[in-house]
Design a protein around this ligand. Structure first.
Ligand code: ZN
Length: 418
């Protein structure tokens, strides 16, 4: 390598990164300045081809697996060393922004371009990943292909997911020509880093350049059915009523109270409610609703569930209604790898960027990969915390800071060879 390079002050080319972001944003433009580059559409195929051409121009070799995940490799000096991965996703929401996911892929590409400019060699190979169908809008669930990679879903099940028009994931992947030959999940990783916009308001409010992501949020969705008795609202005496609506009311307050006990580490709410028969003059005989409890701490999730299961049935029993519950969604909170988190924090420190530890409120491909290999995330602010919206906005300086930190964290992990 060029020994005159002061490694502590290496920076990516912010203008080149921004140009690439704007060029990618031309592929599958939205209707309000953002993007509609949903997974496995013609626009997705065009975005993939553009990304591939850029990787090849940077001297990288592209591999594609049977879920369409793309992996561009920059060789290392040690043939036995496992690669250090970085990346995110190029697919967008139907009314998505230009940066959600895209920054993580093109920030990684900019990091490699910078390594090339500086003539840097690393012991470990470096791979940029573009994960298929992170968004999950067209084919539910989100993080589908990284989920198959991590063994959370089978490939057959993923191929059978259908969109609103009844087209299957497997058929559409084939149609756009991105069924690769590599077996999904066969790759081994030394580590993985994902750069992403925050999609929340904290970093901007705290005036920090970088979020050092220590954890992801875990969740439990509890579907509740409260059963009472339908009867006339006018003629049923008050003492004789079995009002399932009161069960909903009591449990709504209970959920709020439980989550408030664990501030600032927990949230809880009931976002979905069906009342039966939902008539103005009938006392509800049945209410079905879903509780969403979240925390980045497993013991907090456990404590919230324990208190809920202890108190909720009694609250219903007291008013003559019954409660049945079922867990319909669960995800344990990922704690990102300490060495990777430290590499990110050190990089921000070395570069002189303001930073803070942060929890990812949303799910990301890195959350699945973290189950298999040392992983962490870097977040940069976004204006007003707005995301999944065409008006999503970041500044070129925020993007450059994020990619700088990614570059340094990856080089420290992949070991620069002198
Ligand atoms: Zn994303």
């Amino acid at each position: 390598m060029n020994s005159s390079v002061d490694k502590s002050n290496m920076r990516i080319d912010g203008a080149r990164l921004w140009d690439s972001l704007m060029d990618m944003a031309k592929v599958g433009p939205g209707i309000a300045g953002g993007n509609n580059r949903q997974t496995l559409t013609d626009e997705d195929a065009a975005g993939r081809a553009l990304f591939q051409s850029w990787c090849e121009a940077a001297g990288m070799t592209m591999g594609v697996d049977t879920m369409g995940n793309m992996f561009a490799t920059r060789a290392g000096t040690d043939p036995d060393a496992l690669p250090v991965y970085m990346g995110s996703h190029l697919d967008t929401q139907p009314t998505g922004g230009k940066y959600d996911g895209v920054l993580g892929v093109l920030g990684a590409l900019e990091a490699v371009r910078t390594m090339n400019d500086l003539g840097l060699k690393t012991k470990h190979p470096i791979v940029i990943a573009n994960w298929t169908n992170e968004e999950g809008t067209r084919f539910a669930p989100a993080m589908l292909a990284s989920g198959v990679f991590a063994g959370k879903h089978t490939q057959d099940w993923a191929y059978d997911r259908v969109d609103a028009e009844g087209k299957s994931f497997g058929d559409e992947l084939k149609r756009i020509g991105w069924v690769g030959s590599e077996q999904v999940g066969a790759r081994k990783m030394h580590a993985m880093f994902e750069l992403h916009i925050e999609q929340g308001p904290i970093l901007e409010a705290e005036k920090k350049d970088i979020g050092v992501v220590t954890h992801g949020q875990g969740l439990r969705w509890i579907e509740c059915t409260v059963t009472g008795k339908e009867s006339h609202t006018g003629s049923t005496p008050m003492p004789m009523r079995k009002n399932a609506g009161r069960g909903l009311a009591r449990i709504t307050e209970l959920v709020h109270e439980i989550a408030m006990k664990h501030q600032p580490n927990a949230v809880g709410a009931i976002g979905h409610v069906d009342v039966y028969p939902n008539s103005r003059n009938i006392i509800p005989g049945k209410v079905v609703f879903t509780i969403d409890f979240r925390s980045h701490l497993q013991d907090v999730i456990d404590a919230m569930l324990e208190e809920f299961y202890d108190r909720a049935p009694k609250l219903c029993d007291e008013i003559g209604v019954t409660l049945e519950t079922e867990i319909v969604g669960q995800f344990n909170p990922p704690a990102f790898d300490e060495a990777c988190v430290t590499a990110v924090r050190n990089a921000a420190e070395t570069l002189g960027y303001s930073h803070m530890d942060i929890v990812s409120g949303a799910g990301h491909d890195a959350c699945w990969i973290n189950d298999l290999y040392p992983t962490s995330m870097i977040m940069c602010p976004c204006v007003d915390g707005l995301s999944h919206n065409e008006a999503e906005e970041i500044s070129p300086e925020w993007a450059a800071a994020g990619a700088d930190v990614l570059l340094h964290a990856v080089l420290a992990t992949a070991q620069v060879v002198e």
